[in-house]
Design a protein around this ligand. Structure first.
Ligand SMILES: CC(=O)SCCNC(=O)CCNC(=O)[C@H](O)C(C)(C)COP(=O)(O)OP(=O)(O)OC[C@H]1O[C@@H](n2cnc3c(N)ncnc32)[C@H](O)[C@@H]1OP(=O)(O)O
Length: 567
């Protein structure tokens, strides 16, 4: 039952740290210490030198498997309380800045050499439960010309020692049950189709990066394989930087704990971020302990793709149905976007006593869908969009785009030459007939004898409405077009400006507003523009609202009296 201890870790708020200008400065200030450490590690000549991973202070613990016994947690908690002042951590626990790690060229060369040697091997197969024997757990860096042992594994469960698993490999070749093939997609692809929104665009672009081999998502745990350890240390460094209120020792312990797994984003063989979680296989849920993306790669979609890979992996390999996590307050928004809720629907019996309490975090839950192709959601969305578009095309011809009219815009958009409505390309094809001329949802005058008289009634009505607005006390901001010399950025923001003077010209042309709806649309636009550009507390915003109310009441009363006259 040791792993089910229900303890409160007092100082484990994961407050995130956003990139700051001082970031690089602080990195360079400590880099010399770091380089000394790395040089010592690379030489590995003397046991007096602490190797970069895993350092002696935790290697003993991690070799012994799970680290979540009561004793362990209590000691973590006690250490956590003074972790912030624990500047000496750097010696005991490699307290590297993530950038320092990146910046050290000798380490990079070393890492690259190793990773090249093993290219491809790390992405092969899921880990087995038996690969973590002492001989396999070589936790010291070797010299560059030394051989690195890569173990192939067979997809073990239970959160035991695991080799690197290419996350999402369960959908090898991209074929997912229930998803049509590429060829089918091409067949139903149609022109003028909006193929993706922002979410899909980001997902698709990262998916392409994966397919091109520039990006990979791996699930690893502490298996002693050198390159895995390098990545785990890289991930630990990211967590330490991005979750500064988390005791660093605690981060190391969980990342290196063999009952935890880490799904990592690796780009050009460097860790960009990851999620460390503990699968409780018997309970079919996982607890996300840490989640972070390196500072300069945040909000680029990595966090979402990482979570999608995690869900797919946890469902298909670990057999999990839910995730629970204590989310930092400022990360709640991210988790909500990943499908987490603050309501916990999972039966308490399944999780209570298993997960650790965190102060300052909000417990959130995510149900893993049993079928969704999480790593290929963008394809699913695209195909759904295509199917809907196809259906709409069957039922309507609104997708047909006709050539536009050469409007010959003059001042105020009044056309120079009159074009008959029936000559507008597409009007007749859309089902319009000449008897619909002047048709409007405002039908107060529509019963008049002929359309010319009818139109005259409307012109008089529009003129009176304009005058009424013009005379109103709140009309002053709307009488003339906005002068760009007074408001330089106005036309950057407002692309379709409108004002009372312009509308007056359009009314007086007696040609522009062929329906009353067009007039109302211009009035509405004028007020909408004012509310778009100005904030609610401004006089302009308030004038817009008051004048609009005035306009609406005038329209109502005008239409009612017109209707009475008709009767
Ligand atoms: C259990 C825990 O570890 S809690 C602590 C979580 N970690 C942190 O707070 C560390 C600092 N933050 C990070 O490392 C990252 O910002 C993460 C992991 C929170 C998110 O990763 P990213 O790569 O930035 O996420 P991604 O780019 O996929 O963004 C997904 C969406 O979430 C939004 N988002 C990202 N971070 C946050 C946030 N902190 N709050 C609200 N929304 C967020 C994005 O704007 C984006 O929205 P959109 O789809 O509408 O455009």
């Amino acid at each position: 039952m040791d792993s089910h201890s229900h303890l409160t870790i007092p100082n484990r708020s994961r407050s995130s740290q956003s990139p700051s200008p001082s970031h690089s400065a602080s990195a360079s200030a400590t880099s010399s210490i770091h380089k000394r450490k790395l040089a010592a590690a690379a030489s590995a000549a003397s046991e007096d030198h602490a190797p970069p991973f895993p350092p002696s202070s935790f290697s003993a613990d991690t070799r012994d498997g799970a680290l979540t016994s009561n004793d362990d947690l209590e000691s973590i908690s006690a250490r956590g309380a003074d972790s912030d002042s624990d500047a000496d951590d750097s010696d005991a626990v490699v307290d590297d800045d993530e950038d320092e790690f990146d910046n050290d060229s000798s380490m990079r060369t070393f890492t690259a050499a190793r990773l090249e040697t093993n290219a491809g091997a790390s992405a092969t197969g899921a880990g087995s439960g038996g690969g973590g024997g002492p001989s396999a757990r070589n936790t010291k860096l070797k010299m560059e010309n030394s051989t690195v042992k890569i173990e192939k594994s067979d997809g073990g469960k239970d959160g035991g020692p695991t080799g690197a698993s290419a996350v999402g490999s369960t959908t090898a070749g991209g074929s997912v049950a229930g998803i049509v093939t590429k060829e089918d997609a091409v067949k139903i692809f149609t022109e003028n189709l909006q193929t993706s929104g922002a979410y899909s665009a980001r997902e698709e672009s990262l998916k392409r990066e994966e397919e091109a081999g520039r990006l990979k998502f791996l699930c690893l745990s502490n298996d002693g394989i050198d390159e895995h350890m390098i990545w785990l240390i890289g991930l630990k460094n990211i967590f330490a930087r991005q979750l500064p209120n988390m005791p660093k020792e605690y981060i190391v312990r969980l990342v290196m704990d063999r009952s935890h797994k880490s799904v990592m984003v690796i780009r050009r063989n460097q860790v960009v971020g990851g999620i460390t979680y503990r699968p409780y296989v018997s309970q079919k849920f996982g607890e996300i302990a840490f989640c972070a993306i390196t500072a300069d790669e945040q909000v680029k979609g990595y966090g979402t793709r990482l979570m999608n890979h995690l869900k797919q992996y946890a469902r298909d390999i670990d057999g999990l149905t839910h995730f629970l996590t204590y989310a930092d307050n400022n990360a709640v928004g991210y988790f909500i976007k990943q499908g987490f809720t603050k309501e916990i629907y999972l039966d308490k019996d399944r999780w209570q006593g298993y997960i650790k309490d965190y102060d300052g975090g909000i417990l959130m839950e995510c149900k893993i869908d049993p079928k969704l192709p999480y790593t290929d959601l963008s394809t699913m969305i695209r195909r759904q969009r295509q199917a809907i578009d196809e259906k709409i095309r069957e039922l309507s011809n609104c997708h047909i785009v006709y050539t536009g009219i050469d409007f010959q815009k003059k001042e105020a958009g009044i056309p120079k030459k009159i074009i008959k409505v029936e000559e507008y390309p597409g009007f007749r094809e859309a089902g319009w007939t000449p008897d619909q001329w002047g048709h409007s949802r405002f039908n107060a005058f529509n019963t008049s004898t002929d359309s010319a008289t009818n139109q005259k009634h409307w012109t008089v009505f529009m003129r009176s409405l304009l005058k009424s607005m013009h005379d109103h006390v709140d009309a002053w901001p709307f009488k003339e077009p906005v002068d760009a010399r007074d408001v330089p950025d106005y036309y950057d923001i407002i692309k379709d400006p409108m004002d009372l003077k312009t509308m007056s010209k359009r009314v007086e042309s007696e040609q522009y507003y062929v329906t009353f709806d067009m007039f109302v649309a211009d009035v509405k636009r004028m007020f909408a523009n004012a509310r778009t550009y100005n904030s609610p507390d401004t006089i302009y915003f308030k004038c817009a609202t008051r004048l609009e109310n005035h306009f609406e009441s005038k329209v109502q009363s005008g239409l009612q009296s017109a209707a009475k006259i008709q009767q």
